[in-house]
Structures are given as structure tokens and as C-alpha cells.
Write a protein that binds this ligand. Structure first.
Ligand SMILES: [Zn+2]
Length: 479
């Protein structure tokens, strides 16, 4: 009976796949045939001109701007909005569903966010107005050109292009565009909850992340396409010291500020243990072949040199963050008057956890390194462990890798741990293979413009991003 069933299912699915194959062959969009027009450049410039700035209080959003931005998307990408079902949420988050040919396959989800960080405080530094969308010298300038409207608009450009060319995805594709990623991520959370409630599981989720680094690892001359296969966890802790208040002419040996400062110094001087295994090792294993002879020997023999490697990686903030859980003091409050002993001092410490370390490890660690019962410690807000690690063998990773080889032929593709956090953190229960990647070339200098002044993207760079997404849709059909 069982065997019969399997044979039947096999033959049935074979005939279905044969049909799909016939259809698929007609719809292939080859890399060479993709032509991106100037109007695509203009549409990104237009998108930049909507001031979709996220605020800490989500009710305070520039409601009109998000509403107008939505209307702009609808009129700019008519085929996408005609062919996709739209699922509404209370806030301004957008979810689109593009039905695939085979409803039995797990769908794919592409994510990007509509909101941007404010540009007010750096306004005088901008050479071009942050919401002007100025196109000059082969570049598009404005807040969101890198983070993250290029991805959002690039995905819609790719989908519109694919639809125009009668492409049909095998797996259903969802697009989720959050509206408050830069603050709370409530939009994405609502969408994630909706998927959980409806038992929808994904083959691939692709969210923003690192890109194709040009000079990020100076030891490697070739560009590196960093694909984020996991992201660090996030937790915030408040330290508080309460002391008797009094006159500053008769101070106790240690004031509340002194005790708390000592606690913070202890945390800084006794960081979490560094590890050279897992993700950091995976990344360097991939790129070591492009390093000079001596470094190649060291990284290829990490069983012998892991101590030396950890010491070297710990010297740079960016690589230090790849090998250990970090703790950063981000806020400190105390004192009201120059001649009064403060009765309270408090500090906020933000932790970013590597896979393998857990939220549960934070309190014992703090107790040990602070070693002072006067310092009270408590968690503040939401805490999440590091995400699961996506597999390099997964359909999503292989399709991304193939698309990278096509669009960035000179680049090495390497998996990496994402040290920031993205909206995708809410989707861990809906997908085993969440990837984070922005198909754009980045140099160290470009990174400074993200959340900074004169944020911009090269036109050719952006056009390649659209080509990448088109090819990714196609490559996902082939795996
Ligand atoms: Zn972002």
C-alpha cells in the first residue's frame, strides 16, 4: 500500500514537474537579455522624495507620507499590484502575495523596509537635500538610497520586469515591506505573527544585510559577496546603584557614580569569551584562498593557530564583533546638582549575542564581572537570542550564490554573521533558511553614509541590483 502510494505520488509529481518544466523553459530571463531603462533610476529618485521617516512613537508617523508613498508604488508598478494579492495590516506595512505555479512548494519571502532614519540633525552636512532624490555624476543621492529603499524599489522593479516578460515563479513569492524597522519593527512583527497564525512556512526569506564588499577585508583583493546566514541576538540591561544622598563636602568613599563607573569598567575589561569556530571560521575558510601565503597558512590551520587568529580579529571592532558577544554602554544617567551627592546612578548596556551564547548567560556573567551587590541588574525591553544559522546547501543560499556569480562575476561568495539586527528576527519560527544580503557593491567609505549624510547609490550599481533580483527569481525556479 505504502509503496503503491509512493509510486503514484512520484509519477504524479513527475508529470506535474514535466508540465512546469515546459512552462519554465518559455519564461527564462537570461542575464544578457536584461535591459534596465533610465526610468528605473528616476523611480528610485522619486521614491527617495517621500519623507517616510520612522519615529519612536509609531502613532506619530508622518501618516501622509506613508500613504502617498503607497499610492506612488501602486501607480509605478501596476503589474505587480494587479497580479499580487494584498493583505492589509493596521499600520502602513505592506504584504503582497504573488501566486506561484506550484502551491505545494514552500513559498519565498522578500523583505525590505519603507521607513528611513531622520536626516535633520545632519542637514547642514548634506551636499544635496536628503529628500531631494538628486541624480548627479552617475549617482542618486538621498536618505534611503542604501538603507533600504533601493532594495524595496529594486524588488518591485524586478517583479514588474519579470511580469512584463511573462515570468511565473514556481514557488509563491511574498513581499513584506515593514514601516518601522528603524525603531521597533512592529510592522514586520505583525506580518510575522500573521504567517505563524496561518501556518505558512518559507523555503527562503531574504532581508537586508551586508552586500558585495570591495575593501572590507584588506587582505583580500577580490570583492566579497557577504551573505548573512545568521544574525546576532539582542538584549539590553539596566544597571542601577542607589546611595544615600548628601552634601558633596562630606562624600562617602565611593559615590553612586563611582560604583557604577567601576562596574562598567569591569564589563569593558572582561568581555565575553571570543570563539573562532562556527560562522567566523566558515567565512574565513571561504576567503582564505585569496589571502597572501602566510595568512593562508594561518587560516587554513586554525586548529593550530586559533589563538593567534582570535587575537588578530579582536584588534578591529568590526571583526571583534564577529567572534564574541559584545556589550556596549550606551546610556548613563546620574546627578542633579554640582554640590549634591547623587542618590541614584543608572546605565544601559546593550548586548549583541553570537550564536552559541544565550540571553541566559548575561546575568551570571554580569554578577561575576561586576562583583558588587550594590549594583542592581535587570533586563530592559525585548531580548532575542541569535538567529538559527541558515544552511549553505539550502535552495535559497544556492540560488543567491548562483545569482552572485552571474551579476558579480569577480566576487567570492562567503557566508557571514550579521552583527546588526533586521526585521527578519521576527520570522525565525517561519523559516529555517533566512538570508540577509543587499546586492550592491559597498566600499568602507560607502558604509559611513548609511544613517549618515550624503547617502547615495551609483546608478550602475543600482541597475545591477535589479538584474540580480530578476535572476534570483529565475534561479529560485531552477533549484
Ligand atoms: Zn535598514
Amino acid at each position: 500500500m505504502r509503496l503503491y502510494c509512493f509510486t503514484f505520488i512520484f509519477l504524479f509529481s513527475y508529470s506535474i514537474s514535466a508540465q512546469f518544466l515546459k512552462k519554465k523553459k518559455k519564461k527564462i530571463i537570461s542575464y544578457e537579455s536584461i535591459i534596465i531603462s533610465d526610468s528605473a533610476t528616476q523611480r528610485l529618485s522619486n521614491a527617495i522624495q517621500f519623507e517616510t521617516v520612522s519615529k519612536t512613537d509609531s502613532l506619530d508617523f508622518y501618516k501622509d507620507e506613508f500613504g502617498k508613498f503607497y499610492q506612488f508604488l501602486k501607480s509605478s508598478y501596476p503589474l505587480v499590484f494587479q497580479n499580487c494579492t494584498q493583505i492589509s495590516f493596521n499600520s502602513h506595512a505592506i504584504l503582497l502575495k504573488w501566486e506561484g505555479l506550484n502551491p505545494n512548494l514552500k513559498p519565498n519571502l522578500f523583505m525590505a523596509h519603507q521607513d528611513v532614519v531622520p536626516a535633520k540633525h545632519q542637514k547642514y552636512k548634506w551636499n544635496y537635500p536628503p529628500f531631494g532624490g538628486v541624480i548627479k555624476n552617475g549617482q542618486i543621492y538621498g536618505r534611503g538610497t542604501l538603507d533600504d529603499k533601493a532594495s524595496l524599489i529594486g524588488l518591485l522593479e524586478a517583479a514588474e520586469y519579470a511580469l512584463k516578460n511573462n515570468f511565473e515563479p514556481l514557488r509563491t513569492i511574498y513581499f513584506a515591506f515593514g514601516d518601522d524597522e528603524e525603531t521597533k519593527g512592529n510592522g514586520a512583527k505583525e506580518i510575522a505573527d500573521w504567517f505563524l497564525k496561518n501556518n505558512i512556512e518559507f523555503e527562503l526569506i531574504l532581508d537586508e544585510g551586508p552586500g558585495v564588499g570591495l575593501d572590507i577585508i584588506p587582505e583580500v583583493a577580490k570583492p566579497i559577496a557577504f551573505i548573512g546566514i545568521a544574525e546576532k541576538g539582542y538584549a539590553t540591561v539596566e544597571l542601577t546603584v542607589n546611595q544615600e544622598s548628601g552634601h558633596s563636602s562630606m562624600p562617602s568613599k565611593h559615590t553612586a557614580i563611582g560604583i557604577l563607573s567601576q562596574a562598567i569598567a569591569n564589563i569593558e575589561n572582561n568581555p565575553f569569551k571570543a570563539h573562532y569556530h562556527g560562522l567566523a571560521k566558515k567565512m574565513f575558510d571561504e576567503i582564505a584562498s585569496e589571502m597572501d601565503f602566510s595568512k593562508k597558512i594561518v587560516f587554513r590551520n586554525s586548529w593550530l593557530f586559533s589563538g593567534l587568529i582570535k587575537k588578530e580579529l579582536a584588534k578591529k571592532y568590526s571583526t571583534n564583533a564577529l567572534i564574541r558577544t559584545t556589550a556596549a554602554t550606551t546610556m548613563f544617567t546620574s546627578g542633579e546638582s554640582e554640590n549634591v551627592l547623587p542618590h541614584k546612578a543608572s546605565a544601559t548596556i546593550n548586548f549583541r549575542l553570537i550564536p552559541g551564547d544565550s540571553i541566559k548567560d548575561i546575568m551570571p556573567y554580569l554578577k561575576k564581572v561586576i562583583d558588587n551587590p550594590k549594583v542592581k541588574v535587570s533586563f530592559k525591553g525585548e531580548a532575542v537570542n541569535a538567529s538559527p544559522i541558515a544552511k549553505k546547501k539550502s535552495v535559497g543560499y544556492r540560488a543567491l550564490e548562483k545569482s552572485c556569480h552571474e551579476i558579480f562575476p569577480k566576487a567570492i561568495v562567503a557566508p557571514v554573521l550579521v552583527i546588526g539586527s533586521t526585521d527578519s528576527r521576527y520570522f525565525n519560527l517561519t523559516c529555517h533558511n533566512i538570508l540577509r544580503f543587499i546586492p550592491l557593491h559597498f566600499s568602507n567609505a560607502d558604509l559611513e553614509h548609511i544613517h549618515g549624510f550624503d547617502e547615495h547609490v551609483g546608478i550602475e550599481n543600482y541597475h545591477n541590483m535589479i538584474r540580480f533580483y530578476i535572476r534570483l527569481f529565475q534561479n529560485l525556479n531552477d533549484f
